[in-house]
Ligand binder design. Structure first.
Ligand code: DX5
Ligand code: ZN
Length: 214
């Protein structure tokens, strides 16, 4: 499986977001990972739909909006209106039945839907929605902050999901060239990375290193 790289703009310079997005769009990436935090589901606050909307004209690449918010259904449409191409919902915030309903709605609009799970959430919680999901985003840190350490005890969970699911499996949190290799070996094929890419001296090289992390 080809490895896809999705930079998390959480690690970008927020005062220069347009330039950051343009710069990284040329670094051989596959899509953007945009972290939305509400101070409830996670102990931090990031950005809302207005920022996504302002970024939209600066890249043609897809925008994956990772909703780390308590009430995703209340705000989802606003992120779609702002230009999201993929909506990532946490299984801790939505019932499987509701997820499947949303999948139908989004697919009818040509928008993809992904399911995410926290490090301590078992695979059994997402089993019922795998068929409806376009991607699984496995958290390899507890969500809320960039720059945390990769939790390697999550690796067997990636392998378990791979045994049930042939679509895209992404990992998010603490990804660098070394942890990427472990995640890919375990069965992941999409690497969301913030700090490793944006803080790199040579961003293109950092992306390339992730792409060939196997
Ligand atoms: C964590 C976010 C991640 C984070 C990744 O709450 O969901 O996407 O920005 O950042 P790094 O790569 O710095 O761990
Ligand atoms: Zn994220």
């Amino acid at each position: 499986m080809d490895i896809k790289v999705a930079p998390s703009i959480l690690a970008a310079d927020f005062a220069n977001l347009a330039d950051e997005v343009k710069d990284i769009s040329r670094a051989g990436i596959d899509f953007f990972h945009i972290d939305i935090m509400d101070g409830h589901f996670v102990p931090n606050i990031s950005i809302g739909p207005a920022v996504v909307n302002s970024l939209r004209p600066h890249t043609r690449l897809p925008l994956d909006v990772h909703l780390m918010i308590q009430e995703p259904l209340k705000y989802m449409d606003r992120f779609i209106g702002a230009g999201a191409d993929i909506i990532t919902l946490h299984i801790e915030t939505i019932k499987p039945q509701k997820f499947k309903q949303q999948a139908e709605k989004l697919h009818a609009k040509g928008i993809k839907i992904a399911v995410s799970l926290n490090p301590d959430t078992p695979v059994s919680r997402i089993k019922g929605v795998l068929e409806a999901a376009d991607m699984v985003l496995v958290m390899t840190v507890y969500p809320g902050f960039g720059g945390q350490k990769f939790i390697s005890s999550v690796l067997p969970k990636i392998t378990e999901i791979r045994s049930l699911y042939s679509g895209d499996i992404a990992v998010d949190g603490g990804i660098d060239d070394k942890t990427a290799r472990l995640a890919v070996k375990a069965g992941a094929n999409v690497l969301a990375a913030g700090t490793y890419i944006f803080k790199a001296k040579d961003r293109k090289k950092a992306v390339r290193k992730l792409k060939y992390a196997h």
